[in-house]
Design a protein around this ligand. Structure first.
Ligand SMILES: Cc1cc2nc3c(=O)[nH]c(=O)nc-3n(C[C@H](O)[C@H](O)[C@H](O)COP(=O)(O)O)c2cc1C
Length: 522
């Protein structure tokens, strides 16, 4: 690894018009738990303040850390290796107190500002969002694979898409705190999206790859159209294709190491239009909210969102209550009411295999959270036949949680997770099992990155759940999937562990100094 050549974690479009955003204060309301409750949040109007909040509470810098001469930034969204390959673009009509024109902007996390890339005509904007509720916005996410491949080589593809899932989650939470809904849109192909964002003009290993398009809907459920469709007309694409975009992307590294397999995989997974993924207003929910975990802990959603951090180490003794654990499991499962998971249009494809180490009143052992009851027959077939499948004590009726085997799994969790102590020293650690073959057979290769998005979204919920419970968590991208599968008895690709996580009592590193997020701005 060539440390002197570490890619710049901040993309800038030099010479573009830059619109600085506000740095809003944390508010007591909405509470974190209210984001999962029935829809009551007032819908905040779209203006400079609310757009500032949307980005400040999803993708902005949250703090800087310093150790000796070294200083690095952390963001509201986490990232494998803190390398932050995900970039974001806002596509919006005129925004009160911010812009009089319709435009495509790049979000600069370093400056907490919007960098304008192109102006669209009002007619073009009208055509783009004609099927969306009035006032809707679009956010697109892209990845720079080089930022991750610099350190992780081929694994970069996987890590970039975990990060996309986390970013989708971060945006969905920030929008929910404003009373807005977020939905993944599948009516625009990756090639067309690249043209709208000007990515077709980027070449080489530092080029951004289009990942996804999100609609941000400042509306309630009753006013949401049945099919969420965004149109990019041939005329618009033709005009934009040859236009000169404002600003040019900064260079991230002076030299590079090629990883051609990443481009091959990215090409195979390109989204070329598949209408079966278009978001339908069919509730992908098979749970109801009859559990008794709904008392609001009254912790500020914005505080939790901005303070989110990965634990660097776990203390090896803190426990959590079983009620806290069950609430986390309810919040990562599709359920009725406000639903962060509803941002993804497909039925849940991921269930959780959990090593419980330190949850009060629950025996240590291997557990399984079946996030969609449809997974159960296939999981029963794939997993070891001697598992007991017992419902744990006081488990909410709606939660499909099973104790598979009593075990002290502390050493196994450490070994499976690349010998990392954080997986052994927390309250629990888990592996996210994706319904692999069946998903790829149904949708093809384009669904491969989407499986990582679902795991990243679950991870983002777990990060905030841990903060809300007064502890912390850490995503684990480094793990041995074969060892995990062996413990579970999985011998084929019907279920594949794609992402791991640990939750527990954190240990701070006193050598690290913390600086405010935007200390260098006036
Ligand atoms: C996809 C993903 C994989 C990660 N894998 C690991 C890991 O294997 N071990 C670890 O200690 N931290 C891991 N992390 C945590 C990152 O190192 C952390 O997010 C990053 O340093 C930024 O810090 P923050 O989360 O406090 O903002 C991972 C994070 C993500 C999002």
């Amino acid at each position: 690894m060539d440390w002197d050549n570490q890619p710049d974690p901040f993309r800038r479009y030099d010479q573009s018009l830059t619109l600085p955003l506000e740095h809003p204060q944390i508010t007591k309301t909405p509470t974190y738990d209210s984001l999962f409750d029935t829809w009551q949040e007032p819908i905040t109007p779209i203006n400079r303040d609310s757009i500032s909040r949307l980005f400040y509470e999803s993708l902005a810098i949250s703090a800087w850390k310093q150790a000796g001469e070294n200083r690095w930034s952390l963001r509201v969204n986490p990232s494998s290796g803190d390398l932050h390959p995900t970039e974001a673009y806002l596509i919006a009509g005129p925004i009160k107190d911010l812009s009089d024109v319709t435009a495509v902007y790049h979000y600069s996390a370093y400056a907490h500002a919007l960098e304008r890339r192109i102006i669209l005509t009002n007619e073009e904007w009208k055509a783009i969002n004609q099927n969306l509720p009035p006032g809707s916005l679009l956010i697109s996410l892209t990845s720079i694979y080089w930022r991750e491949s610099w350190k992780y080589g081929e694994r970069a593809f996987r890590y970039c898409h975990h990060d996309v899932g986390h970013a989708i989650g971060a945006i969905t939470f920030a929008a929910a705190a404003l009373g807005w809904k977020t939905r993944l849109i599948h009516s625009v192909t990756d090639n067309d999206l690249a043209i709208l964002l000007g990515l077709h003009q980027q070449k080489g290993i530092e080029a951004e790859h289009p990942d996804c398009l999100l609609a941000i809907l400042p509306t309630d459920e009753n006013n949401t159209p049945a099919d969420l469709i965004v149109n990019l007309s041939a005329t618009l694409l033709k005009r934009v294709k040859d236009i000169e975009f404002e600003g040019s992307p900064n260079t991230l590294s002076s030299h590079h190491h090629e990883w051609p397999i990443i481009d091959t995989v990215a090409e195979a997974c390109r989204f070329n239009g598949d209408s079966s993924l278009i978001q339908k207003r069919v509730p992908s929910v098979k749970y109801n909210n009859e559990n008794k975990l709904d008392n609001d802990r009254r912790v500020s959603a914005r505080k939790i969102i901005r303070q989110r951090r990965s634990a660097l180490a776990m203390d090896g003794h803190s426990t959590i209550s079983k009620e806290s654990f069950y609430r986390m499991m309810v919040h990562v499962s599709p359920h009725l009411g406000k639903n962060i998971i509803a941002v993804l249009p497909w039925h849940a494809r991921v269930s959780l295999a959990i090593f419980i180490h330190r949850v009060d009143d629950l025996p240590a052992g291997l557990y399984l959270l079946v996030r969609d009851p449809d997974h159960e027959p296939s999981l029963r077939k794939a997993l070891r036949s001697d598992f007991s499948w017992d419902k744990p004590k006081d488990c909410p009726e709606s939660l499909h949680l099973y104790l598979l085997q009593y075990a002290n799994a502390i050493d196994a969790a450490r070994t499976i997770n690349c010998h990392q102590d954080i997986a052994a020293d927390g309250a629990f650690a888990l592996g996210m099992l994706a319904e692999f073959d069946a998903s790829l057979e149904q949708y093809g290769a384009l669904f491969y990155p989407r499986l990582f998005w679902e795991t990243g979204l679950i991870g983002q919920i777990l990060y905030l759940e841990a903060e809300a419970a007064g502890i912390q968590s850490t995503g684990i991208g480094c793990f041995f999937d074969d060892a995990m599968h062996e413990v579970l008895g999985i011998s084929d690709h019907s279920w594949q562990s794609l992402y791991h996580f640990t939750v527990g009592g954190p240990v701070d590193d006193p050598r690290l100094q913390t600086l405010p997020s935007y200390w260098y701005l006036k």
